[in-house]
Write a protein that binds this ligand. Sequence first.
Ligand code: BGP
Length: 478
Amino acid sequence: MNKQTWKIPGGFILGAAASAWQTEGWDGKRPSQDSYLDMWYKNDPHVWHEGYGPAVATDFYNRYKEDIQYMKEIGLTHYRTSINWSRFLLDYETAEVDEVYAGYLDDVINELIRCGVEPMICLEHYEIPAVLFEKYGGWGSKDVIDLFAAYAEKAFERYGDRVKYWFTFNEPIVPQTRIYLDALRYPYEQNTKKWMQWNFNKALATARVIKLFQAGKHVYREDAKIGVILNQEVAYARSSAPHDQQAAFIYDLFFNRVFLDPSIKGVYPDELMELLIKHDILFDHDKEELDIIRKHTVDFVGINLYHPQRVKAPSRQWNESTPFHPAYYYEHFQLPGRKMNPYRGWEIYPRIVYDMGMRLKNEYGNIGWLIAENGMGVEQEERFKNEEGIIQDDYRIAFISSHLAEAMKAIAAGSNCKGYMLWAFTDNVSPMNAFKNRYGLVEIQLEENRNRVLKKSADFYRNIIENRQFETDEFTYK
Ligand code: BGP
């Protein structure tokens, strides 16, 4: 086997990520504080794998001290989580803070800092309050942007003195894609125009929150920064033929550039605007709103990278009675011989990291960025336990190393990549898949009182953080 050693530059972030709703659980949550996810889970628990959902999650709310000790033991430089908007406030209209939850967050942030782990805080990881969904139609409403800005201001006031890295959203495109394009999530409505309005309103909300962050910056940490976390499905065309190239170009417009361009460049691509008009899905907006987006772009960007997206030109007729869907312009394409994570159904192609780094360098002014999520979810990991009961997750070690190696290559080629955050620190709950696919460095033993046990990958991660180097070799994922 061909081994290669990679050196990690000094100051390069090596952390892990999670979110409030996927870890905290409902302990202490008031009945009026349901998030959209809580509402969905309460309505349809049967669509969540084995009925697990946000109700207990990993019980981080009660066990954060224990978890932060593990972070310290592994040596994580950074930990990213979110504030659960639906729990942070008692009244979403007046932005009255829930002191109990706010106090818990204070403790979490202080404990992280005390243990040498820098917190990164995201304001929304799908945790929009359920009542705002019911009353206003969620992110389809401009009123919700005002309420989000009022909430963000309170969060900055409380924690801005200690938190250096802020994010407005995690994967802002995902909920509405699952709800309104694919109709896979509650309330299972196919409505492309709503999808696009949510996309726009979240881009506008990011700009509005950046504006107020900049205005209040004098009272926050001097080096505080604000960005957004975008999941990018790096799109590869099946072939060099113009029709396949066009399919990839349009896929990229609808699913990547729809957030990448307004967030970093402050403008929407003309080609996307033309398609929105052509298909009658243009978002409601005015000049002043576009101006806010233009003037208030992100300081840096987090990119979640899991798998490539391979597309080809569509070969079938579109059903005329179906509402417009971007898939009018493309079909998915499976590369024969691809490496797969069969549990999640995602292709493994580490090169997405390098290609994304080069894209940000060449097309987005070489903005500072970090891999905000990357990881491998595997089912029934207990079968990989050794005699001491430690999960031997060599596949995860290979996954991390191969993606990290691409980040090193990108840096060598001039990309401004600042770090790598693994998804996830502990196993946790995913939307619908719940605890099916395990992502953590730390195992959560659901049947054993949610005990925490470090996996082999935790040891590996501690090692690379300590020694600032790692090795790659040929590895088969099958
Ligand atoms: C990202 C989300 C995370 C996490 C992760 C794993 O899209 O930001 O919250 O869930 O994906 O993917 P999944 O949960 O779909 O397995």
